[in-house]
Design a protein around this ligand. Structure first.
Ligand SMILES: CC(C)(COP(=O)(O)OP(=O)(O)OC[C@H]1O[C@@H](n2cnc3c(N)ncnc32)[C@H](O)[C@@H]1OP(=O)(O)O)[C@@H](O)C(=O)NCCC(=O)NCCS
Length: 187
């Protein structure tokens, strides 16, 4: 395992996307989707009511970049230069070489395969650069479109975990997915 876990969160690229570190200049774009209740519906965070909430999210991430604790990338559409979402590794366990991936995309861009493209690139980074062995993700039961992303990137369904998440004043059952390094190599 390299000393620097996220290797300084380097810029990553795919056919249509640039994945790059967030900056405070991204607050307007993050607020634009963070304030959409359809986008935040199954996220653990509350719908943003003011741009300050976007700024404080970015500040938390900037602080983590300093300590190399943040695998959080802004998703920028190459064709427009606009930041339209983010993908990240909010939790990791170096002893067991495992981590969790999470993501969010502005509603206007749903249904174009953008998130599977972004998540695949981060998985490649996690396996090939970070040396991780297992990446997992979960979604609350009704959020099947997130499950579709997990399936499209080659994650396997492992089961339902009851009341794993407490958010928005209730417990949520989730569908757990994961992909192993060996699955990734077979693809
Ligand atoms: C989940 C999410 C990231 C999917 O990203 P995406 O780039 O749209 O992914 P895809 O294009 O592969 O579409 C995935 C599924 O979304 C559904 N979908 C597609 N277009 C849609 C639209 N306009 N409106 C609603 N759902 C749509 C479809 O079921 C699709 O699956 P299919 O390709 O088998 O038909 C995105 O919907 C999102 O940001 N949702 C809110 C945040 C969230 O739930 N994050 C995950 C928390 S676990």
């Amino acid at each position: 395992m390299p000393d620097l876990v996220f290797k300084g969160t380097p810029q990553l690229e795919t056919e249509r996307l640039i994945l790059r570190k967030l900056t405070l200049q991204d607050a307007d774009d993050i607020f634009a989707y963070g304030s959409d209740p359809e986008v935040s519906r199954f996220m653990t965070w509350e719908t943003h009511k003011s741009i300050e909430e976007a700024r404080s999210f970015i500040n938390i991430i900037l602080d983590k970049y300093e300590k190399d604790e943040a695998g959080e990338w802004g998703i920028v559409l190459k064709s427009t230069g606009k930041l339209i979402g983010s993908v990240g590794i909010p939790r990791y366990d170096l002893k067991n070489k495992s981590a969790e991936i999470g993501y969010v995309l502005s509603r206007k861009y749903w249904g174009q395969g953008i998130m599977p493209e972004a998540v695949s690139r981060v998985l490649q980074f996690a396996f090939e650069e970070m040396g991780l062995n297992r990446i997992e993700s979960c979604h609350s039961l009704p959020n099947e479109k997130s499950g579709r992303v997990m399936q499209k990137v080659g994650m396997s369904f492992e089961g339902v975990i009851r009341e794993k998440i407490f958010a928005k004043n209730k417990y949520w059952d989730v569908k757990q997915y994961a992909i192993l390094r060996s699955d990734w190599q077979k693809r």
